[in-house]
Design a protein around this ligand. Structure first.
Ligand code: BES
Ligand code: ZN
Ligand code: MN
Length: 510
């Protein structure tokens, strides 16, 4: 889907396109304010549907106006933009609703008229673009009968009035950045939605190679032999119960001259989590196709970095495995040696994510990472705390945490910090090994995070638990049902803020 910009004032479009006009409650209340807009052409219709109570301009309200008579446009989508000045979060969601309406109408070419108020809003260009691209997403299906799904090929944004070159530059930049962030998110959604039989660890590696090659980024994939030879005992243990062997996947993005000041982003890549010998119960187990949502997120980030080329250095690491019960599987009571040399006592094979991520952090460090952010569908406990609304975060570095929280305000993806009490770390003590992989139910989301933090070896680290937010049971905001691609945009807002040449993204005000 292409988002284009057409600075030709209010003269929009080619004949036959669908037109979308944003109408605020304020403009409806005083319809003379519609005169500067294309909406002036349908003012009488808009007034009467308003009087009939069918459309009031309320935020996210959509009304389809079939156009009779001589207009160039067969259909006009009226989109309510609410009262006053909408925030970037509201703009993003509104754009998603507009795009969904266009999809329902099987629109191929969509023209959107941008009102003055939106044109001048800081961060609106990026947020509006993100919403359009995110709202166009649909999960692939495998039905023999292909339902016709038409999403716009091209969406053209037409400012209501001619804008000056400086503002035009702001919009062109915002469109570019918003498209990259949302396309990265949609890539993550596609991968996360793939079933476990179709996306195995080697399939995930193939997807990573594809991203890397598209952007000319160096990529490395270690197979099970190399994983064993290098002593990646955590990843090896988790992966060995499956006929689909594990992979360690690395992509580097070098945009800042020398390979220093490297950020490591590590994503949990469990392509299916049965729980292993500590088998999960059956209901809902199908959702465990999303247990590589963290891996998908960091891959989505690399896709966007490859397009935007900021001046930063990033190493992406994905430990990928399938967690299966079998004669070859790891077992409760096993003691394994991680890549760092730490020994781990296995108490529960369903606490597999932290074991593969420990090796992921250590390997990112070997590749030069000086700070780490891991993203993982790590615990059921986070669902009890934050539901499917916010991503949980654990850290050993308050400053890095504050930077991520600020990035999450800009992306509109809520992140909530969890405590990292020393008492929680104590709960991971083992009598026979350096650490144990499970500490019981209490504080489960914090203890799980702190297990991973042990492998940061004192370097700044933030853990993002997306077990609640990666895979949704129904559509909400910019997200459709299923995979959300959550944290792609938050990570990018953070990473892009480290680059000298990137203009800041949407403001934090929502
Ligand atoms: N992948 C699961 C966590 C999960 C649960 C993700 C629900 C998405 C939705 C993880 O590997 C897991 O099984 N965690 C266990 C840890 C426990 C055994 C210490 C859990 O949360 O129950
Ligand atoms: Zn898991
Ligand atoms: Mn598990």
């Amino acid at each position: 889907m292409n988002i284009e910009w057409n600075n030709a004032g209010a003269v929009a479009g080619e004949a036959g396109n669908v037109l979308c006009i944003l109408v605020s409650e304020d403009r409806l209340a005083d319809s003379s304010l519609l005169n500067s807009s294309l909406a002036a052409e349908w003012k009488a219709d808009i007034d009467s549907i308003n009087r009939a109570g069918l459309f009031s301009g309320k935020l996210n309200q959509i009304y389809i106006l079939p156009v009779t008579g001589q207009s160039r446009y067969p259909i006009v989508i009226l989109a309510g933009s609410g009262k006053g000045d909408p925030g970037t979060g509201e703009i993003r969601v509104l754009a998603a609703h507009i795009c969904r309406a266009a999809v329902r109408l099987k629109t191929e070419l969509l023209d959107i008229e941008l009102p003055e108020q939106l044109l001048l809003r800081e961060g609106a260009a990026q947020a509006f673009t993100e919403g359009l691209v995110l709202g166009s997403y649909r999960r692939k299906h495998y039905k023999q009968e292909q339902a016709v799904y038409v999403k716009p090929d091209k969406i053209t944004l037409h400012p209501e009035r001619l804008v000056d070159p400086a503002l035009q530059q702001v919009w062109l930049q915002g469109i570019k950045r918003g498209s990259a962030l949302a396309d990265g998110t949609n890539l993550a959604r596609d991968l996360t939605n793939l079933p476990g039989n179709i996306l195995t660890p080697s399939g995930l590696a193939a997807a990573a190679v594809e991203v890397a090659e598209r952007h000319g980024l160096p990529v490395e994939v270690l197979d099970e032999r190399e994983i064993e030879q290098r002593g990646m005992g955590g990843l090896l243990a988790v992966g060995k119960g499956s006929v689909h062997p594990p992979r360690m996947i690395v992509i580097r993005y070098q945009g800042a001259g020398e390979w220093t000041d490297v950020t490591g982003i590590i994503g949990k890549g469990i392509t299916f989590d049965t729980g292993g010998i500590s088998l999960k119960r059956a209901p809902g187990m199908e959702d465990m196709i999303s247990d590589m949502g963290g891996a998908a997120a960091v891959l989505g980030v690399m896709e966007a970095l490859g397009r935007l080329r900021p001046q930063i250095n990033v190493v992406m690491v994905i430990p990928a495995a399938e967690n299966m019960p079998s004669a070859a599987a790891f077992k409760p009571g096993d003691i394994v040696t991680a890549l760092s040399g730490k020994t781990i006592e296995v108490l529960n094979t369903d606490a597999e994510g932290r074991m593969v991520l420990g090796d992921g952090l250590t390997y990112a460090r070997e590749w030069g990472a000086e700070r780490f952010i891991d993203v993982a569908t790590l615990t059921g406990a986070i669902l009890s705390i934050l539901g499917d609304v916010a991503t949980g975060a654990v850290t050993n570095d308050e400053q890095l945490m504050q930077e991520l929280l600020a990035a999450s305000e800009r992306s509109g993806e809520p992140v909530w910090q969890l405590p990292a009490y020393p008492e929680f770390r104590e709960m991971l003590r083992s009598e026979v090994a350096d650490i144990r992989n499970a500490a019981g139910r209490f504080g489960g989301a914090s203890t799980a995070g702190l297990f991973i933090g042990e492998f940061a070896e004192g370097l700044p680290w933030v853990h993002l638990d997306i077990a609640g937010t990666a895979f949704l049971s129904k559509e909400r905001g910019v997200n459709s049902k299923g995979a959300s691609g959550v944290m792609v945009r938050t990570l990018l807002e953070y990473l892009l803020s480290l680059s000298r040449d990137q203009p800041p993204g949407p403001s934090a005000k929502n």
